[in-house]
Design a binder for this molecule. Sequence first.
Ligand SMILES: *Cc1c(COP(=O)(O)O)cnc(C)c1O
Length: 227
Amino acid sequence: MSISKNLEVIKNEIRNIALECGRDDSNVKLLAVSKTKPIEMLLEAYKAGQRLFGENKVQEGEIKVPLMPDDAEFHMIGHLQSNKVGKACKYFDCIQSVDSLKVVRKINNKCFELDKIMDVYLDINISGEDSKTGFPNDSSIIDIVKEIIQLKNVNLKGLMAIGPNTNDKDRIKKSFIDLKVLMDRINSELGINLKELSIGMSSDFKEAIESGSTMVRVGSSIFGLRS
Ligand SMILES: *Cc1c(COP(=O)(O)O)cnc(C)c1O
């Protein structure tokens, strides 16, 4: 199937799932995860109306971003090494994978130099799996958020997570709900209003939308399997 057809199918599924759980599908954005895919495929998605793209490597963003129309928006979704922060700030519109204070302080400093305000999400390790990056899902996150919201050149939008590596839909859903509960807790303890939950990939975006996802990150169902 073509990329435009795949996009249409996914957007329809998002709409139907949202409707079924009483949500407005305009509150569930679709991030097209284009990592490893050639620029021609991104342009095809762009032509079909897609504007939000996700990449997990700074080097790939550095190549692709300048080749795309200006109104394509790129989100960094992979673990960001501290020595790549400068380039990430230059090429990306949003960094969803903030997983340490060190990195977010560096993003803030770099964006101050670039006269830019970077949207960021905090990567939370909701599954607790050792293989995953992210802040632990515990009360230590409160002080971390308290510091981040003081930073002038980053704009904290919400939380991002990857579901547990299992086929057990109930476990997946429970971990997504844990993330929603964490965001509600951060908001009430700090009197702030984070709104965005970046959860859900090709295999589990249904459970994510049912749990309050505001952005699903879909790769293989749009662009095909990655080799
Ligand atoms: C690759 C990736 C996705 C998309 O995964 P698919 O299973 O291809 O939909 C989503 N989020 C992150 C962080 C990824 O690295």
